[in-house]
Design a protein. Structure first.
Length: 143
């Protein structure tokens, strides 16, 4: 009896569930990360080829951002890109939010970076010194 119900369910209800889930995904899925990055690059009048040197992220990773269909950056990567673009704290928080992240006042790393943004410190080496001072891992050189 259970087998016939399962078969009946799959034939009659699963296609309906599948269609509505796909419709929901199509209407609620946000834009790809490279489009978010392009928006902020345009706002700061920067080119794609400049962001690698400014953010400390290698060119292969930048290539992946633009050529892998569903690329999802790490929080560290988003922070490095925001610092490379020299976003002010409000744009930085908006950039983080659009990428799916946020700053937390419960994490030392985030508090140190918020402090650096408030003080206008964007150099990755300087920020890494502050992070090292509080016992956090550096931004440069991590994958």
């Amino acid at each position: 009896m259970a087998y016939t119900f399962d078969l009946y369910f799959r034939e009659h209800y699963l296609p309906v569930i599948k269609e509505t889930m796909e419709d929901y995904l199509n209407t609620h899925l946000t834009i790809p990360f490279y489009q978010i990055l392009n928006k902020y690059l345009a706002k700061k009048h920067l080119l794609k080829r400049e962001i690698s040197g400014l953010s400390g992220i290698d060119r292969r990773t930048i290539y992946k951002i633009y050529h892998q269909k569903d690329f999802v950056p790490t929080k560290r990567m988003v922070i490095c890109l925001g610092l490379g673009m020299r976003l002010d704290i409000h744009d930085f928080e908006a950039f983080m939010h659009e990428a799916g992240y946020h700053f937390s006042s419960h994490q030392k790393r985030d508090v140190v970076i918020m402090y650096c943004l408030k003080e206008g410190i964007y150099a990755l080496t300087d920020i890494d010194l502050y992070l090292d001072r509080v016992g956090e891992k550096p931004l440069i050189g991590l994958k």
